[in-house]
Structures are given as C-alpha cells and as structure tokens.
Design a binder for this molecule. Sequence first.
Ligand SMILES: CC(C)(COP(=O)(O)OP(=O)(O)OC[C@H]1O[C@@H](n2cnc3c(N)ncnc32)[C@H](O)[C@@H]1OP(=O)(O)O)[C@@H](O)C(=O)NCCC(=O)NCCS
Length: 231
Amino acid sequence: MSSDWQPRLPPRIRVALIDVDEPGARVLDDPALISPEEAARARRFRGESLERRYRRAHAALRLLLSRETGCAPALLPISTRDGGKPFLPGSTVSFNLSHSGPLAAVALASGLEVGVDVEAPRRLHGDALSLAARFYHPEECRMLTAVPGRGREAAFLRLWTARESLVKALGAGLDQMPGDFNAAPLLEGAQAVEWGGWTVRVMPAPAGAFAAVAAPGAGWGYELVSPFWLA
Ligand SMILES: CC(C)(COP(=O)(O)OP(=O)(O)OC[C@H]1O[C@@H](n2cnc3c(N)ncnc32)[C@H](O)[C@@H]1OP(=O)(O)O)[C@@H](O)C(=O)NCCC(=O)NCCS
C-alpha cells in the first residue's frame, strides 16, 4: 500500500530535563544501567558527587534509549562518530546528552540529528565580554555590552546554550563553531534562530539555568517529557 496519503507530521523531538540530585533519581544508581566503560570513566572523577552525577546522567540516557529501542540499557551499542558525537549504529533513533551541575538533558529524535545543551546556574570563569569576544558573533557581543550587571552573565549563558546545541547537533567540536552563527535575536525575545538550514530553539529550564535544542530544518517541534521513572 502506498504511504503517499499518510499525514506528514513534523518530526518531534522529546527532551527530558532531569535533576540528577533529586531523591527520585536514586533509581539511576543501579550499576547494571551503564556500560563498563562509563563506570570506569565515572570512577576517574574526583569527588563522589561528580561521579554520581556522571553515572546518573548516562544511566538516564540509556534508560530512555532502552525504552525507545527495546534493547537492555547497558547493552545499547553506543558508538562515537568522528568528532566525538555518540550515536546508535544501525538505528534511526538519534540522541544527544548534556550535563551541567545537577542538571542533565537527554534529547531523543527519530530520523533527524539533534543537539542539546543545558547550563546549570553558575558564575562564569572570567569576564563575559572577554569570553564573548573570543567565541561569539559581533552582533552577540554588541548586545551583551548593552546588558548591565549580572544580567550579562545570564545573557551570555543563553547564547552559550544556543551555540553549543548547534555545535552538538552538527557533531562538531570547539574548532568548528560556525563563525556566522548569530543567536542575538534570542536576547530580544525570539524563541528560535536559524543557521544554514538548522534551527535552534530555546527551552524552558529551572530558575537560573538555560537550555536549547537544535536540529535540521524548521518543521520540527520539541516536547519536554518527564522521565518515566520519576512519573
Ligand atoms: C563536545 C562538546 C560539544 C561537549 O560540550 P560540553 O558543554 O562540554 O558538555 P555537554 O554536557 O553539553 O555534552 C557532553 C556530552 O555530549 C556528547 N558529545 C560528546 N562529543 C560530542 C560532539 N562532538 N557532538 C555532539 N555531542 C557530543 C556526549 O554524550 C557527552 O557526554 P559525556 O562527556 O558525558 O560522554 C564540547 O567539548 C565542544 O567541543 N564544544 C564546542 C564548544 C564551542 O564551540 N562553543 C562555542 C560556543 S560558545
């Protein structure tokens, strides 16, 4: 049967924003949820809280992927592309993970690349304008200069998450940030910006935190989902 008349719904992206320090996240401590490599990497973190957060973020990713694919969490054959972006070989399910302080973001999509970034509330290591001068578009720098006081750090992080989510959707690294990407409209109330056929959308995040998701095209939406183990 032809599928020509099937409704063409825009692809959806689902994003779980998780506070891995919450009591309900204890379920993520099950050692059977992560791979031996991830367990070994977790042990290299200095400090119990950093180790626990890393383990829980990766367990959350694997639990959500397991639900999507039917494969046991620790057995999911997560691999990495050139550039470091994790992916599931042979699957149409794409995903991306971000973690910052107690927050983790897991984005899942089917049939389109996705990048996600979350930044927990924090002070910058350095001056926002000097950092922006190194990394940001001139229009973003100009707008940041006009923001007074602590609001400037918040604006900086708003832009940072947008830029990181795009880089992560592209699967690129620090050296491949598109020089002409300009997220400045996000500081004037825009909820999305486009670059080279990709769209970056800001997402609601806990007070003082910022989050963004990026994917190709403009005809997609995202929904924030509650992780099923906390529901
Ligand atoms: C790879 C990179 C994108 C990770 O970003 P980060 O903010 O340090 O960390 P996040 O928590 O958001 O993401 C880390 C996760 O992304 C995934 N990841 C790693 N490399 C990736 C890549 N190249 N593309 C997409 N996702 C990647 C992994 O799941 C990783 O988790 P892990 O380290 O626990 O295994 C970062 O190292 C990088 O190169 N960033 C580009 C920075 C940049 O150009 N910024 C300009 C804007 S200011």
